[in-house]
Design a protein around this ligand. Structure first.
Ligand code: TMP
Length: 220
């Protein structure tokens, strides 16, 4: 079967504020008439959610960590994301493979080739149609992260150098595939960010939606 829905992913450092916008984007798309699967990684399936608990809280070797991210992803991709896209649903996923390139490949210094190997094996040339990267300088991300959190997971506990490498690896992904990425300057106010998101979502409806969805948004 061929993919008919649009696959959108959200990326950024911990503290970039992406989760604040995920719910708003999902509401926007549903109001435009899109049948939507809203999900996240690691997670999104019963197996994936168990792996999430393990990988966020249990210390382990870097290769084990990377394999578990991709084990969760394989389950998610094959049992939920791909079937939804084939049914014509859209998928909005909070993090996907770019996070493995950024965190394992960059932050933990595994390097991109090992991550690419697993990406090719699991995804077989398929991936997101559009990725929003919520980009903030390190200091902003860390300041936001410290607000209102009492228990940090294994990634949130990492130091500044880790997050600097992670951010650089995200930017390397953008440089490789500029057509797919929309980089959002997440230092802006929530309202200003929503203006950009609104324009980008309208664009996506134009290129990937059916004409009725597009009309509904034009009339709004
Ligand atoms: P979240 O807090 O945005 O849900 O993400 C959980 C953490 O998992 C976050 O610190 C980034 C990390 N992560 C990876 O290290 N590699 C991955 O492939 C994914 C999807 C997430």
């Amino acid at each position: 079967m061929t993919r008919r829905g649009c696959f959108i992913t959200l990326e950024g450092l911990d503290g970039a504020g992406k989760s604040t916008h995920a719910g708003w984007m999902a509401d926007w798309l549903r109001q435009a008439g899109v049948s939507l699967l809203e999900t996240r990684e690691p997670g999104g399936t019963p197996v994936g959610e168990q792996l999430r608990t393990l990988v966020l809280h249990q210390s382990m070797d870097l290769r084990t960590e990377t394999l578990l991210m991709f084990a969760a992803r394989n389950e998610h991709w094959r049992t939920r994301i791909l079937p939804a896209l084939e049914r014509g649903q859209w998928v909005l996923c909070d993090r996907y493979t770019d996070a493995s390139f950024a965190y394992q490949g960059g932050g933990r210094e595994l390097g991109a080739p090992a991550v690419r190997l697993l990406e090719d094996w699991v995804q077989q040339g398929q991936g997101p149609d559009c990725t929003f990267l919520f980009d903030v300088p390190l200091e902003t991300a860390r300041a936001r992260l410290q607000q209102g959190r009492d228990t940090a997971d294994r990634f949130e506990q990492e130091g500044a150098a880790f997050f600097e490498r992670t951010r650089q690896a995200y930017h390397a992904r953008v440089a490789e595939d500029q057509a797919r990425f929309r980089v959002i300057d997440a230092r802006q106010s929530i309202q200003d960010i929503r203006v950009h998101l609104d324009a980008s979502l309208r664009d996506l409806l134009r290129t990937h939606g059916d004409p009725a969805m597009h009309r509904r948004v034009q009339d709004a």
